[in-house]
Design a protein around this ligand. Structure first.
Ligand code: GLN
Length: 486
């Protein structure tokens, strides 16, 4: 399907905001155009759980009034914004694509939503996800899957599949996702858009429905690296409402984008380039390494041995934290309630009806890993492995400024292709290590696979080094643009 606003080429968030701020385009017109693209494409793609037409129109009119009054609405003036449906929006249903939250309307906005709206962005809808962000294909949504705009027989990735598809389909130039084990980067790679997971603590998690609190981060999905930089500048920075938020202002990113990679040392992670990674994906990572080398970086292979254990460690820690976080859905405090004669029977009936299979599997796995007699052997050991991963990354960053790796082992796969949970879990083998380490990473579109579908390349950085990471990302974006035009 076409990824364009009818009658024009798709505009980046930066270009929309520039035109709206100068009064050259009205926010109302921008929003109407995007709502028209949504109306045309959404029945096929199903990127949204809800489209917020009326609110979007009203918010756009307010932005236009401010421009007319001589105010500056901010760096995202008039930019349509798609929000993953695990981000709280005041008065607007927030479902996490789960029946258990059906009908729940949060009484407050997530900090990221407040900040984006203050910067002039216009929320246009809540996007589909794997239930409670558990999955890699959006097939675990209680409301049906999202389709990949590049091939509607294939998944968009997950869990932020709706957000990635919304950007790829031209429904919104900017979307937010959450990334606990790869849920921003993997769908971005499969849909051919940019997806950035910031350093843990860089962006406030206040108002993000918790999955695994020591791993969850919110970040942008966009069609350009520059848009990701603008969005991250807006949403980053200390928030007293999140006790894990880094007590620093947002970093300067946009003004540093054109500093280049001359002299940067970039390591290709050998453990993530071997068995299980499709050869077309590996070739694109090698091509990215060459492009960075040609731009002046010193590129070499680097071993980060403990990343091999990332998946095993993550699938104990994440379910353990999820089993605790999801205990709050008891039929009393949120959404669904299935009545039964006793409170315990009501809890069970509600949870049985309200949670899907994958969520139940995670709760059981996590409860088991935390139970007396197994805690040290499973949860405790997984935490020790997590420490090894943190140390191995720290060692690698003594010799390298950035690392390079695949994002997804393959391009987008057909619906139903990974029915076995373990096969699905392998989708995250290259993305999970950065979550365990708490480090930032970005997926940059870098060409196509043998099947013509998008491939993303992952740039990884040490904690708080998003500015350096984005310098490499934009060099790759430029190299790709040249490759396509020659
Ligand atoms: N696919 C991974 C999981 O199912 C990661 C999900 C995420 O990052 N939210 O746990």
């Amino acid at each position: 399907m076409s990824a364009a606003v009818p009658g024009s080429t798709p505009l980046s968030a930066a270009r929309i905001a520039a035109a709206v701020r100068r009064g050259e385009r009205s926010a109302v017109e921008v929003v109407e155009q995007h709502l028209a693209v949504i109306a045309e494409g959404e029945p096929q793609i199903h990127a949204f759980n809800a489209v917020m037409d009326d609110q979007a129109r009203r918010a756009a009119a307010l932005v236009d009034q401010r421009v007319a009054a001589g105010d500056d609405p901010g760096p995202l003036a008039g930019v349509p914004l798609a929000l993953k449906d695990n981000l709280c929006t005041r008065g607007v249903p927030t479902t996490c694509s789960s029946r258990i939250l059906e009908g729940w309307r949060p009484p407050y906005d997530a900090t990221v939503v407040t900040r984006l709206v203050l910067a002039g962005a216009i929320p246009v809808g809540k996007t589909n996800l794997d239930e409670f962000a558990m999955g890699s294909s959006t097939e675990n949504s209680a409301f049906g899957p999202t389709r990949n705009p590049h091939d509607q027989g294939r998944v968009p990735g997950g869990s932020s599949g709706g957000s990635a598809a919304a950007v790829a389909a031209g429904f919104a130039p900017l979307a937010l996702g959450s990334d606990t084990g790869g849920s921003i980067r993997q769908p971005a790679a499969l849909c051919g858009v940019v997806g950035l997971k910031p350093t843990y603590g860089r962006v406030s998690r206040y108002g993000l429905v918790a999955f695994a609190s020591s791993l969850d981060q919110i970040g942008p999905l966009t069609s350009t690296v520059a848009d990701a930089a603008v969005a991250l500048e807006v949403i980053a920075g200390h928030d007293p409402l999140d006790s894990t938020s880094v007590p620093e202002p947002a970093p300067r990113l946009v003004s540093r984008l054109d500093e280049g990679v001359d002299g940067l040392r970039i390591g290709v992670v050998t453990e993530l380039m071997g068995e299980g990674i499709a050869s077309d994906v590996r070739r694109r990572v090698e091509a990215a390494a060459e492009a960075l080398g040609a731009a002046g970086a010193k590129v070499d292979d680097v071993s980060v041995p403990a990343v091999t254990y990332g998946l095993s460690s993550y699938y104990l820690i994440a379910p353990a934290e999820a089993s605790s976080n999801l205990a709050r859905y008891d039929g009393v405090r949120y959404g669904l309630r299935v009545d039964a004669p006793t409170t315990a029977a009501m809890n069970t009936a509600t949870r049985t009806a309200g949670f899907g299979d994958e969520v139940k599997r995670r709760i059981m796995l996590g409860t088991y890993a935390l139970s007396a007699g197994y805690y040290d052997a499973y949860y405790g050991k997984a935490q020790k492995v997590r420490t090894l991963i943190i140390r191995d990354f720290a060692t690698a960053y003594e010799s390298f400024d950035l690392l390079l790796a695949p994002v997804s082992p393959t391009t987008a796969f057909p619906f139903g292709a990974k029915a076995d949970p373990l096969t699905m879990y392998l989708s995250d083998v290259c993305t999970i290590p950065s979550n365990l380490a708490g480090d930032p990473a970005v997926s940059v579109p870098f060409g196509a696979g043998d099947d013509g579908l998008p491939i993303g390349v992952q740039v990884l950085a040490p904690a708080l080094a998003e500015a350096t990471m984005l310098r490499a990302a934009i060099v790759l974006e430029d190299a790709m643009a040249r490759e396509v035009s020659t």
